[in-house]
Write a protein that binds this ligand. Structure first.
Ligand SMILES: [Zn+2]
Length: 240
């Protein structure tokens, strides 16, 4: 398994330095790589990331979220001229706090794109993607998109192998956040939890139902509360 990335190159004496967005992208793809590389499924067609759409973005997003873990940020950071110089504590705190910037808009847009993706493949006849996107955007976000923009045409997932599967990011995120809660409880570097995650989530591929794998690792069915808490929302029926 390999990751083919589009990272910034070196500039003169300065080596290639990753932005935090690059780091998140790398962690995300590395989650897919772990799913690929550690598979023990008997048949190639059922191995690694050949899972159901509901589950396919789960290992990647679990690993992506781990990039916000202070001990991991500390471990991977280092000044390029002096690797012993790590991120100071206030920078680590600021990176963690930055996760909440626009979190509502980002996830609402993912929802808009998911709905639109499925609509594009289910509406009979030609679809005007800009009109459809603008209509969903205004309805769900409560504000109109920038006039004259055609954001729908920038989303390559629609025809890049994720056709009608974009919803997987949000759907799998619920699973990823449930798994992350277990790691948060036990510690990200806890070997027993890591091995259980490997056995239950990464190794079986599609040789077992994704929900059975989740119940095996979590010890229960995943719930929505982890997503509500991630988005700082109060679950329905609960008082603030
Ligand atoms: Zn992914």
């Amino acid at each position: 398994s390999i990751i083919v990335g589009n990272m910034r190159g070196p500039d003169g004496d300065t080596p290639s330095l990753l932005s935090f967005d690059d780091v998140l992208g790398l962690f995300h793809e590395f989650g897919h790589i772990l799913h690929h590389s550690l598979t023990r499924a008997h048949y190639a067609s059922l191995s690694g990331t050949n899972t159901e759409w509901d589950f396919v973005e789960m290992p990647s997003q679990t690993f992506e979220e781990m990039a916000y873990e202070p001990s991991i940020l500390e471990a991977i950071s280092g000044h390029y001229l002096d690797r012993t110089k790590k991120f100071p504590e206030n920078l680590i705190n600021n990176i963690i706090a930055s996760k909440d910037v626009d979190i509502g808009i980002i996830h609402t847009k993912r929802y808009i794109i998911s709905v639109m993706d499925i609509a594009s493949y289910t509406i009979p006849g030609p679809v005007n993607v800009t009109d459809l996107y603008n209509q969903n955007y205004t309805e769900m976000l409560g504000i109109p998109p920038i006039s004259g923009s055609h954001e729908a045409t920038t989303i390559d997932h629609f025809m890049g192998g994720y056709d009608a599967g974009y919803y997987s990011y949000l759907w799998s995120k619920v699973y990823a956040l449930n798994a992350l809660a277990v790691f948060e409880q036990k510690g990200t570097s806890d070997a027993t939890t890591g091995n259980r995650y490997r056995q239950w989530i990464l190794e079986p591929g599609n040789s077992k139902d994704g929900m059975d794998l989740l119940i095996g690792f979590l010890g229960k069915e995943p719930g929505l509360n982890a997503l509500y808490s991630y988005l700082h929302l109060t679950p329905p029926g609960k008082k603030r």
